[in-house]
Design a protein around this ligand. Structure first.
Ligand SMILES: Cc1cc2nc3c(=O)[nH]c(=O)nc-3n(C[C@H](O)[C@H](O)[C@H](O)COP(=O)(O)OP(=O)(O)OC[C@H]3O[C@@H](n4cnc5c(N)ncnc54)[C@H](O)[C@@H]3O)c2cc1C
Length: 376
């Protein structure tokens, strides 16, 4: 993981949330340090510290989250929410499992989390074509394909964290000698480091609020979108035959490839480059252009689903610009409270990543915990 694990569930542990004991108790009960100390291996915490408080794998961070959930006695209900139904007393949720369906609620508010699914692409199920979701579910199969065809070309298009994570996987999984073509609209994998000034703005809400809207936009564009962590860039630099090229992919087609008369079938990636349209043949293509952050639209009533069509940019921008400090939609939203952290990076840049999960939780929970004394 690129984020250090000290940026854990309660981070940045602001002492002024509701009661000043909350931060302390959250640290005592649910911090990464306490998780490490309570591991069966007595040296686990000291070893991690002596090694320089290193970054951890996604697996390890997932174990930490599971531990905290269990410790909190907070067993999640596993079900797929198919509808958010607005009613006079709040939201009701329609959800189903493989065998049952049920309604839950009423709830005063709902948080829709997650970056959303991959954007629809007609080739999603074509052999050799993957996206930022099904790539991770298919790594065994991809390994098999690559071992069978070590001379083929891999194309990864997209220039942000999704592309970087995928390129990093190739570097770590024994494919550093493979021919890989990265296509991005900015011709470069821009990196972000880990300096105090950048990190501070993810955790200091007051400093963030003092920035002008245009400075916030510039920060988010520079550090949250289309940018790769330096640790990931180090891994990617081990790819011996990686070429970066500028190109906006326009379509990918499955067709005959190779010299005239060849019966070999593969994928042809068409893109617009500085010098005009071009194409490249590949046997593995990964669309790493990101996710549909408005994915929850499909759960809403028909009228709101229509209003939030991808083509209705004006309505989407208006709602996004009006997102409140509690990360819910503001003026113009006529349904019960819906918190949308993944759209709220101008309210706080840590709402779309794992850098300040405590602040994310505080923002949402404080709005429901107004104490009788009038302070939140
Ligand atoms: C490869 C990769 C590496 C990353 N590395 C980092 C990193 O190092 N640092 C960092 O800060 N961020 C990283 N990120 C981003 C980070 O994973 C996300 O910011 C974070 O997971 C968002 O958490 P979440 O709970 O909002 O969404 P998710 O972790 O995506 O969880 C959303 C959950 O909602 C469930 N869900 C979806 N639809 C429904 C439905 N209709 N009903 C019920 N459940 C549903 C999904 O199954 C999923 O379990 C990485 C992302 C990827 C893909």
């Amino acid at each position: 993981m690129c984020t250090p694990p000290d940026n854990d569930l309660g981070y940045p542990y602001r002492a002024d949330f509701v009661e000043n004991t909350v931060a302390e108790k959250t640290y005592q009960l649910f911090s990464w340090a306490v998780f490490k100390v309570s591991c069966p291996d007595p040296q686990e915490y000291s070893e991690w510290t002596d090694r320089g408080r290193t970054r951890v794998s996604h697996d390890e961070f997932a174990s930490y989250l599971r531990w905290a959930f269990e410790r909190a006695g907070n067993a999640p209900k596993i079900a797929n929410v198919s509808k958010l139904i607005p009613q006079a007393d709040g939201w009701r949720l329609e959800a189903h499992t493989a065998t049952t369906s049920a309604n839950f609620g009423p709830y005063d508010g709902v948080v829709v989390s997650g970056p959303g699914g991959a954007r629809p692409n007609p080739l999603t199920h074509a052999e050799g074509f993957y996206n930022g979701v099904n790539f991770w579910q298919s790594t065994k199969r991809i390994e098999g394909t690559l071992h069978r065809n070590p001379t083929g070309t891999i194309v990864v298009y997209g220039g942000g964290g999704t592309a970087a994570a995928i390129l990093g996987w190739f570097a770590r999984s024994g494919f550093e000698g493979y021919q890989i073509q990265s296509l991005t609209s900015q011709a470069m994998l821009y990196t972000r480091g880990n300096n105090f000034f950048e990190r501070r703005l993810f955790t200091d809400a007051d400093a963030w609020n003092r920035l002008s809207p245009s400075s916030r936009r510039a920060f988010v564009n520079r550090l949250n979108r289309g940018v790769v962590w330096d640790t990931m860039a180090d891994q990617i630099s081990r790819l011996e035959r990686l070429s970066l090229a500028e190109g906006r992919v326009t379509r990918v087609e499955r067709q005959r490839i190779g010299p005239a008369g060849s019966r070999e079938r593969g994928l042809e990636v068409y893109f617009d480059a500085e010098k005009g349209p071009a194409s490249i043949s590949a046997n593995l293509v990964i669309d790493a252009t990101g996710f549909d952050e408005w994915w929850f639209r499909s759960l809403l009533p028909d009228d709101w689903r229509d209003k939030l069509e991808p083509t209705n940019k004006v309505e989407r921008d208006r709602l996004r610009d009006g997102i409140q400090q509690d990360l819910s939609f503001g003026p113009g939203w006529t349904l019960p409270r819906l918190h949308v952290p993944m759209l709220a990076d101008l309210v706080g840049p840590g709402t779309t990543n794992l850098l300040s999960l405590g602040d994310l939780a505080d923002r949402i929970l404080a709005s429901y915990m107004l104490a009788p004394g009038g302070h939140a």
